[in-house]
Design a protein around this ligand. Structure first.
Ligand code: PEP
Ligand code: MN
Length: 350
């Protein structure tokens, strides 16, 4: 960190700052200009809290020069992380689209949606079995029965499966069913859950919290990485702002910001990001154009009857059109995407 002293800071105040930095384990470099003294502090404990220095008399400003997240940072790992999930590579050249219902509701609903998203070119089936609902009276998900339905449908259509884990107690039961464990926005700072996920080797999709800064989000990823699970992908899903036309404000700028700070793949969920199905396609196109490594999209064959998030779920036809548009956008920025809808390639009977 760099500590800029006040113009009128006394020698005693400067010495107090130097002593504090030395105590925190930093190597201290002092530069005395005609107006101010600037103190450079390098090394030191990763846990050193800059606010301890900020609070000292005579300090004008403390600037951190290294990120507080280490394993998630590009400084630690300059090359992009590519996560292998079955035969997929997430974070590589190909933009990976994950799609499916908000919640698993019935065998028929899950199977028909899996067929539709596969036909359009999705590679991963999404679907919730444990639902974090704002109201305790809303549909809470089918639990293990829902996971069984999702796994059967994913296998039937050669799709990988992502589903949300809400609590550490669900992990052991879920792991045999899913290929990727999703951590929802409301759980981004559930550090007990993140630590448990760090002990696994199952890839984790970590959504951004509703009011989380990018730094807080990357620090949450750090909890999982620090446990030894290096397969973490981030997912921007909109943050709460003062704007009320959309359910959340989808932060497209998070994509280039994260790409610069971190080597982890970043996906975008334009469904929760906007809350309205007519806004999903434009934001999905924007996300791919801005460099997202993948998308997470809610699709339902009969969204008006959906048990959760029907208003933001796309009809299969809309999703199919979106995929056709993405096939134009992705190559324009040097990325690939499932080249043609499966039906046109004549793969199987799906
Ligand atoms: C979901 O993906 O269905 C979900 C609940 O998302 P979020 O955690 O982003 O609200
Ligand atoms: Mn949802």
């Amino acid at each position: 960190m760099v500590v800029v002293m006040e113009e009128r800071a006394s020698e005693d105040q400067i010495q107090r700052v130097v002593a504090q930095l030395v105590q925190m384990g930093f190597d201290v470099h002092r530069s005395t200009g005609s107006l101010r003294t600037v103190i450079g502090a390098v090394g030191g404990q990763t846990k050193g809290d800059p606010r301890l220095v900020e609070a000292l008399d005579g300090v004008h400003e403390v600037m951190r020069i290294t990120e507080p997240f280490k394993l998630a940072s590009r400084t630690f790992k300059p090359e992009d992380t590519v996560i292998t999930v079955r035969d997929l590579r997430i974070g590589g050249d190909e933009v990976i689209v994950m799609a499916g219902p908000c919640s698993a509701e019935s065998e028929a609903q899950v199977m028909s949606t899996a067929a539709a998203v596969k036909r359009a070119g999705a590679k991963v089936l999404r679907g919730g079995a444990f639902k974090p609902r704002s109201s305790p009276y809303s549909f809470q998900g089918l639990g293990e029965q829902g996971l069984q339905m999702l796994r059967v449908a994913a296998d039937a259509h050669h799709l990988a499966l992502v589903s949300e884990v809400m609590d550490a107690s669900q992990i052991a039961m879920m792991v045999p069913y899913v290929d990727i464990l999703q951590v929802g926005a409301r759980n981004m700072q559930n550090y007990t859950l993140l630590r448990e996920l760090g002990r696994l080797r199952t890839p984790v999709l970590l959504k951004r919290g509703i009011s989380a800064t990018i730094e807080e989000w990357l620090l949450s990823a750090e909890y999982i990485l620090a446990g030894g699970n290096m397969d973490v992908m981030l997912c921007e899903r909109g943050i709460r702002t003062f704007e009320s036309y959309t359910r959340n404000t989808l932060d497209i700028s998070a994509i280039p910001v994260v790409k610069k700070l971190s080597h982890l793949p970043i996906l975008v969920d334009p469904s929760h990001g906007t809350g309205r199905r007519d806004k999903v396609a434009p934001m999905a196109r924007a996300a791919v154009a801005a460099g997202a490594d993948g998308l997470l999209i809610e699709v339902h064959c009969d969204p008006d009857q959906a048990m959760s998030d029907g208003a933001q779920s796309m009809f299969p036809g809309q999703f199919d059109r979106l995929m056709a548009e993405l096939r134009i956008i992705a190559p324009a920025i040097g990325r690939s995407i499932c080249l043609e809808p499966v039906a046109r390639r004549g793969w199987g009977s799906e």
